[in-house]
Design a protein around this ligand. Structure first.
Ligand code: AMP
Ligand code: MG
Length: 464
């Protein structure tokens, strides 16, 4: 079977999307196809030739979605400038958006070319693949298809399309867009989103407050998962915040190696708005903007803005609860207490600036890594204190990845492809990241942090 589309978004108000046509591509070439995702979608890989994957052979008319968003704090009306939804695929009662990224211009492209480079699409493929296998809710990548057209960015590269699959691409910014249109569409749209993503709230007496609560919870769980593995999203604009708590928009993202809450890699994030340690306050800020978008509902239903603000007031306690539960799992503490010990450990991390991922592996199995920070009396003392209350290996092994995508290894693999057309380094990285919680007999190179100078200079980019 190929895709089985039933695109409900087209039944919504026509201001919410535009009908679009992917640009024609002379010789699309599938570089990589995600077999595991094909199986999950119930789609036969043989049905997904490069013409289908590049949107040349279509089942229905694609759409680009309209949305708005706060970008670096400023409200802007946007839309899919280089993305098109081919359709909503339904399998086993689950609905998925199948979207092309890099398939040409749309009515929302502005001055953009609608295209993407092959290295940035391979990069998104790899990071989303890693996040999925790290058990973090995320968009998934079905395929990368290279085109014959050159795309000009910092360097000129072949163009490519990514086929991206998500529960949906609806974001906080979609609500901001609908609210900004001064229509009475907001209630209908909110009901649609509840039906699609939070059907458990569909009781007779459900309220929009419960919806806000559920979105807040799924977003908290997502960001706490990012903090668990050292992920820096890099561009947490409200148009990049999924309503279903799925991590998406892998642009300037990166993983932190040496623990520093101020870590920023994105070239345009000059003030560290989206630094590793700022992801929590930014999530709260984004939720405030989302609550404002829901404000028009307050006049139409038994929802008051005070109630929404009351929910926002719960944010810090609820984030803390989720965060400390996660940190206890990383430290192998199975009781509810020991907050002071967790805080003390975090203080050590800040001070030592040790490799975040390897620190927890070293706690589990001392002597694994040859880092002077782990040979200190203070680390030893903390480890002993933790051992006295836990170091439960089971919870540690589930919470602490052995492998993350090390930024420098990702760049090496991408460079090798661009220079020689050889994907084998890239594929080896994918193989390591297939089961990131399981040790592999592949040498320890994949666990090595880069030289500190590499991270100090490493820069990531948007719109590549
Ligand atoms: P992002 O930072 O990826 O969330 O992008 C912000 C907005 O810019 C989105 O609406 C994108 O669709 C749009 N965009 C990014 N790159 C391009 C491009 N090359 N052509 C057209 N639109 C783009
Ligand atoms: Mg985006």
């Amino acid at each position: 079977m190929g895709f089985s589309f039933d695109t409900t978004y087209k039944q919504l108000d026509s201001t919410l999307y535009s009908r679009v046509t992917p640009e024609s591509i002379a010789n699309p070439e599938t570089l990589i196809l995600n077999d595991g995702l094909c199986a999950d979608l119930g789609v036969d890989t043989a049905k997904l030739d490069s013409e289908v994957l590049a949107g040349q052979d279509r089942l229905e008319e694609p759409i680009a979605q309209a949305y708005a968003g706060h970008q670096y704090g400023r409200f802007t009306v946007l839309g899919d400038g280089r993305a098109m939804i081919l359709g909503e695929h339904v399998h086993d009662g689950t609905r998925y958006d199948v979207q092309l990224k890099g398939s040409g211009r749309t009515p929302y492209s502005g001055r953009g070319d609608g295209n993407a480079t092959v290295s940035s699409m391979l990069r998104e493929y790899l990071y989303s693949y890693a996040m999925r296998n790290l058990n973090i809710k995320t968009s998934r990548s079905l395929a990368v298809v290279e085109t014959d057209d050159a795309v000009e960015r910092r360097r000129t590269e072949p163009g490519a399309l990514l086929v991206r699959v998500m529960n949906s691409h609806i974001r906080y910014g979609t609500f901001q867009y609908v609210a900004s249109q001064a229509s009475d569409e907001l209630r209908r749209f909110t009901d649609y989103v509840i039906d699609r993503h939070y059907p458990q709230l569909n009781a007779e007496d459900r309220t929009y407050l419960e919806f806000f609560d559920a979105v807040m919870q799924s977003s908290i769980e997502m960001v706490v998962d990012w903090l668990r593995v050292g992920f820096i999203h890099g561009v947490m604009n409200t148009d990049n915040m999924s309503i279903d708590g799925e991590t998406f928009d892998y642009g300037p993202c990166a993983f932190m190696n040496y623990y520093d809450e101020g870590t920023v890699f994105s070239s345009i994030d000059k003030h560290g708005r989206y630094a590793f340690g700022n992801q929590r306050p930014i999530l709260r800020w984004n939720l405030e903007r989302f609550a404002e978008a829901l404000q028009p509902l307050c006049t139409q239903s038994p929802l008051t803005y005070d109630e929404l603000e009351g929910k926002l007031d719960e944010f810090e306690d609820r984030f803390d609860a989720q965060y400390y539960t996660m940190m206890r799992r990383k430290l192998g503490i199975d009781s509810d207490g020991e907050k002071e010990l967790v805080d003390e450990f975090l203080k050590w991390l800040r001070k030592s600036n040790a490799d975040y991922t390897n620190t927890f592996l070293e706690l589990e199995t001392p002597g694994t890594f040859d880092d002077p920070a782990f040979a200190t009396a203070e680390f030893e003392r903390l480890r002993n204190e933790l051992a006295a209350v836990g170091l439960d290996e089971g919870s540690m092994q589930e919470a602490n990845p052995r492998y993350i995508p090390r930024n420098y290894l990702v760049e090496e693999a991408l460079d090798e492809y661009l220079e020689t057309g050889d994907l084998s380094k890239f594929e080896r990285l994918l193989a390591v990241l297939e089961n990131p919680y399981t040790s592999k007999d592949m040498g320890s190179q994949f666990q090595q942090p880069p030289p500190r100078e590499f991270d100090a200079e490493y820069t990531t980019y948007c719109n590549t």
